[in-house]
Write a protein that binds this ligand. Structure first.
Ligand SMILES: Cc1cc2nc3c(=O)[nH]c(=O)nc-3n(C[C@H](O)[C@H](O)[C@H](O)COP(=O)(O)OP(=O)(O)OC[C@H]3O[C@@H](n4cnc5c(N)ncnc54)[C@H](O)[C@@H]3O)c2cc1C
Length: 421
């Protein structure tokens, strides 16, 4: 079978490498970290994976944690009242048709990397650069770059026509907490939208202690509008300081969730992260000094703000699309036009994730506020909104059109009820 090289062992690179291996390809995986370094390293994500993305893993038997990981059964959406502290101006919740899951990427990536090596895959541990890609292209029919937000992704030119932002729109603070009180009712991603300030998210996940015991925990992510009242993490001293600042913000802005976390501790000393993401889309094909093309995959070419919890799911989706197209290609060349078409196949889906996520980074227009407001009183509308997280194309066309938003609400009985009253 044809030799293929994948640079980057995250959600996208590992899933594709394991998928190709499953189909008999001879795969070389290049990673900058051993499984042990990943396991003992810093947390990377809240990694909520919705159903369709989970299915792409299940098709390859990569769902090792299905029976262990607590399911995320729904999404609860709240807007704190701007003038009445401790009260909500808006809130609704609904169940997902199929649960989502969050397994600590440190656990997942380390295990997937060991699985790949255990099945005979070649793993090269090095900080890859253009010379690495060049070397691999001498001996492999196809070289893919899946290095996430790492520097190597800069070989792909930014596509300004698909990238409305050129700077981070949020400053992020993430903590993995244990001893968090479960929310009442079903488990959920709790999504607090604080107009002008940012967002606060909580969602349950599963990690593993250094001693190897499974540990359910809660991801807490604060997304701060730069310069706003949540943006207090630039000069943090250490993880304990970060946690104290996060708890203070939660007490002030989302006391209903603060009550759940006030007695919590970090899962481990590496259980915090601060950072920022510039949302951008890059051109998927880069040219090496030799003139050979390489293809970008995952966050290396499409990175969105984590606000909508879609990056890992999109990376899973991308790897599934790329796998299918590689299989279809059989012995035909992986040339530039095949690479471009492969990406465009994925972009047919990813464009909606990007457009939706970018839209949520700005103030919601009146027709979107109208849908959110009506969702409080119409469970069918709340259900449709919540389940859109599993398949973001469903937010269109209503997200961008007041007329379509009215039609969307009418389909869920809103207009009919409004005319009766
Ligand atoms: C705070 C936060 C919260 C998030 N929450 C969610 C969420 O709830 N749901 C969701 O779906 N997504 C979420 N995401 C996004 C998600 O984690 C990423 O989009 C996803 O992991 C991207 O997969 P990837 O394989 O493209 O990149 P990554 O998973 O980042 O993997 C890239 C890999 O490449 C390696 N690498 C980098 N440079 C090199 C190099 N030069 N040589 C060799 N290897 C290299 C890295 O070590 C890494 O292992 C979140 C992100 C953040 C920051």
């Amino acid at each position: 079978m044809r030799p293929i090289a994948v640079i980057g062992a995250g959600q996208a690179g590992l899933q594709l490498a394991l998928g190709l291996q499953h189909h008999g390809y001879q795969v070389t995986l290049v990673t900058d970290r051993t499984p042990e370094q990943v396991e003992s390293g810093q947390v990377m994500s809240t990694q909520a994976l919705f159903h369709d993305a989970c299915e792409t893993e299940r098709q390859l038997d990569l769902n090792f944690w299905d029976g262990l990981c607590h399911s995320i059964e729904g999404i609860a959406f709240s807007v704190p009242h701007p003038e009445l502290p401790g009260h909500k101006a808006m809130s609704f919740e609904a169940r997902l048709d199929h649960p989502a899951y969050s397994i600590d990427q440190r656990v997942k990536f380390a295990h997937w990397q060991r699985t790949f090596a255990g099945r005979g895959g070649a793993v090269v541990t090095e900080q890859a650069d253009v010379n690495t890609a060049e070397r691999l292209s001498d001996t492999h029919d196809l070289v893919l770059v899946a290095t996430g937000k790492g520097d190597l992704g800069r070989i792909f030119e930014r596509d300004a026509s698909r990238s409305p932002y050129d700077a981070p729109q949020r400053h992020l603070a993430l903590a993995y907490l244990q001893n968090v009180r479960p929310r009442s009712g079903h488990s959920a991603v709790t999504f607090n939208l604080i107009p002008g300030a940012g967002e606060v998210f909580l969602l349950p996940g599963l990690t593993r202690t250094a001693q190897g015991a499974w540990l359910p925990y809660e991801n807490v992510l604060i997304e701060a509008v730069p310069g706003g009242p949540l943006d207090v993490f630039r000069d943090i001293q250490d993880p304990a300081d970060q946690l104290q600042r996060m708890l203070a913000l939660m007490a002030a802005f989302v006391p209903w969730d603060y009550d759940r976390v006030k007695d919590a501790q970090l899962t481990d000393v590496m259980g915090t992260l601060v950072g920022q993401v510039t949302p951008q889309v890059r051109r998927p094909v880069a040219t090496l000094p030799s003139g050979r093309p390489v293809l970008g995959l995952g966050d290396a070419v499409v990175v969105n703000d984590p606000l909508t919890g879609q990056g890992a799911g999109s990376a899973a989706r991308a790897s599934a699309v790329y796998l299918e197209r590689i299989l279809w290609q059989r012995d035909r060349p992986f040339d530039r036009s095949w690479m471009q078409d492969t990406f465009e196949d994925y972009w047919g889906y990813a464009q909606y994730v990007t457009q939706w996520t970018n839209a949520l980074l700005g103030p919601p227009p009146p027709h979107v506020l109208g849908v959110l407001d009506a969702a409080q009183r119409h469970p069918s509308l709340a259900h449709a909104f919540v389940n859109g997280f599993n398949h973001p194309p469903e937010f269109f066309p209503w997200l961008t059109s007041p007329h379509e938003a009215a039609a969307f609400m009418a389909r869920h009985g809103v207009a009919a009820l409004a005319t009766q009253t």
